[in-house]
Write a protein that binds this ligand. Sequence first.
Ligand SMILES: [Zn+2]
Length: 373
Amino acid sequence: MDIHDRVRAAVRPERVVEIARALCSLPSPLGEEGAVGALVARLLHQPGIEVQHEDVVAGRPNVIATVRGAGERPPLVLNGHLDATVHLDGWSHDPFDPWVADGCLYGGGITDMKGAVAAMIAATEAAAALGGLPGDLILQAVMHHDGTGLGTKYALASDGPEAGFAICGEPSELAIHTSNGGAVKFEIELHGRSAHICRAEEGIDTLPAALAVYAALGRHAFSCEPHPRLPDLPRMLIGQLVAGSSPAHVPARAVLRGDVRTVPGLGRDAVRRQLAALVDDASMRVPGHAGAFETAVVRALRPDLIQTAVVPRRAGSAGQAPDARIRIERPGALRALDGYTDDPASGLTVDATAHLDAAVAALAAALIAFATT
Ligand SMILES: [Zn+2]
């Protein structure tokens, strides 16, 4: 049997279904990845697989599994996240009681991305059974991908690898994405002066300025070098506009929050600078602009990396906790893209499906490429 047949024989679709069902039966919203992490570690506890089950934050583990190869090739990393957002509206069945219909497995969080994690676990099992890999196969089943990518950053900064191949199982309808945009979430905060309706002329109303800024954001084209693989980027969305505190008071504060999907070369500072210039310019267009707002703050949001809660790498070695931050940020390691890189639509998918045959075929193809390249 040649290598292609051996790989195909080693990956069993029914095993992928079995694992995916088990993963989807356990809710694992952001912050509650512990139970599903323990399940993944139990599943991988098999001959030929080294399993590292390590809390990044108390009760919230990364599970790293390694099938050792001959060291003739760089490692292949399979990366998937354990946290999964499941919106409970609109399901025809209990999303945590997965079911098969029309050749598809349905379950909460299966698209993003317990289906992929299940396929990667099955692939890891198959690789261990197959043996004779030219390089290490490393499965990273990580906590806390949403917002910061903390689990992956922690895994790469702590253990690497710093070179090699990697497949991330984010939903792409099985298309291979070789590039991904970065993201900068931002906030524009306008401050004025509140006043009751009976003395409204004493107030400084931020709402007209906020609407002017909103309109200007809609017209804004970021100045940056286009990227040939990311023709739809950069793009921007304003997801929130919040102003005022009561129907009878001049709104003294208005906040716009949005998201810019970026190309290489359009970093956080560049986004913030361009938005700040836009706010200055837009405020000049507001009738009576001198009083449109007193101050404007434009900030690029960076979700807290919760480093204060990161568990020291080695229990008992005092003073390790602050070091966790350094490991996450350690230069030279492979880095996740800055900010939000997930498919924004996938988290909202209800009754999402995983097309198992195609998923298995894609993984088998990846394994074949790895084993024969
Ligand atoms: Zn995802």
